[in-house]
Design a protein around this ligand. Sequence first.
Ligand SMILES: [Zn+2]
Length: 106
Amino acid sequence: MKTTLLNGVKLFSIFFSLFLMACGNDAANKTATMDSTSTSTAVDSTVTYDISLVDNKKDPTCGMPVTAGITDTAHYEGKVIGFCATGCKEEFLKDPKASIAAAELK
Ligand SMILES: [Zn+2]
């Protein structure tokens, strides 16, 4: 009776510490991912597009400022338009005239 109870407590604490470790690892991984992303955006301009290379201030599709990060670009009437995502570019290219004003060209 006594040993069964002890084993139960042991098992519980093992599970509990595993749960805590899993949680901790998850949080650490998320932080590391966020850190590497912000570092690459700020320092390494070869990975993401530099905002000085594009002629728009805002993603014309979703309205996000290009300073938040550009992952794709499109050429439109001699201008380079930066987008936060490829999906935004595709949406823009369906009807560029309708949304070019929202790009707030420099
Ligand atoms: Zn966007």
